[in-house]
Ligand binder design. Structure first.
Ligand code: APR
Length: 233
């Protein structure tokens, strides 16, 4: 078990590995999403300009996979941790699925956006819930302003969501844990370097991430098995 004192503040950074045991493919490695799709063709502002139908087809496919997926023990342990620690837990995920919410987590920062939300690519209308499958759309859905409705996703080349809140939480944390993330995509890959020397830094996943040298501890194994051991079932 991981000792957490009443003054500790815990920052958790999740990556695709947290949802792997729910059947949602990771991005890199064997069976990874980027083995079958090119990032610049489906997940960039350039892709959206060039072929928005292909972009919607890609995100509709991912909506379909995610809506059939169930939360796994890793999500449930983190939801329970929120109940125990309350505000002293900051849960930041790079995942765009809603499995943390399905497990009962209420305060999740989705720094790369949310698969089941869309927004206008032109006006500042807030993002809205949308689980529609456009596969492939005959017409790209339109906003009343005339703009096109796009997935509420942080694409490559765009600025992640919630960075002010994230860096404030990093500055305050005493325990930093990254789970199931390969440590190659910025800025998330550098969060551990931001807190290093000040906070206990722990990695959980089946293999060492690219930024392993920045962690003081690596617990090798699947999140669904390691997290119940660290935090209790
Ligand atoms: N439990 C924990 N970790 C796992 C598991 C598991 N069951 N299965 C795989 N992993 C680990 C892999 O070892 C790998 O290190 O999950 C990591 C997944 O890495 P990536 O596919 O690179 O995913 P991630 O780091 O979340 O990617 C970051 O890149 O493409 C973008 O926007 C996308 O949010 C994503 C970002």
């Amino acid at each position: 078990m991981l000792p957490i004192s009443s003054t500790d503040r815990v920052f958790i950074l999740c990556g695709a590995g947290v949802s792997a045991e729910s059947g949602i493919p990771t991005f890199r490695g064997v069976g990874g999403v980027w083995r079958n799709y090119r990032i610049e063709e489906v997940a960039s502002p350039y892709a959206w300009q060039r072929d928005p139908r292909l972009v919607w087809e890609f995100y509709s496919m991912r909506r379909k996979v995610a809506s059939a997926a169930k939360a796994n023990p890793a999500h449930f342990v983190l939801a329970k941790l929120e109940q125990t620690l309350g505000e002293r837990l900051f849960l930041c995920t790079q995942n765009v699925d809603n499995l943390h919410e399905k497990a009962g987590s209420c305060r999740v920062i989705h720094m790369h956006g949310e698969l089941f939300k869309s927004r206008c690519d032109t006006c500042h209308r807030p993002p809205f819930d949308d689980s529609h499958l456009y596969e492939p759309p005959a017409e790209i859905p339109r906003c009343p302003c005339g703009g096109q409705i796009r997935p509420h996703i942080c694409w490559f080349g765009e600025v992640p969501f919630g960075l002010n809140q994230i860096y404030a939480a990093l500055d305050e944390c005493t325990i930093f844990m990254a789970i199931g993330t390969s440590g190659v995509v910025e800025p998330a890959a550098s969060f551990v370097a931001h807190v290093r020397g000040r906070a206990r830094t722990i990695y959980v996943g089946p293999e060492h991430p690219a930024n392993a040298s920045s962690f003081t501890e690596c617990h090798l194994g699947n999140a669904g098995q390691v997290l119940p051991r660290l935090f209790g079932p």
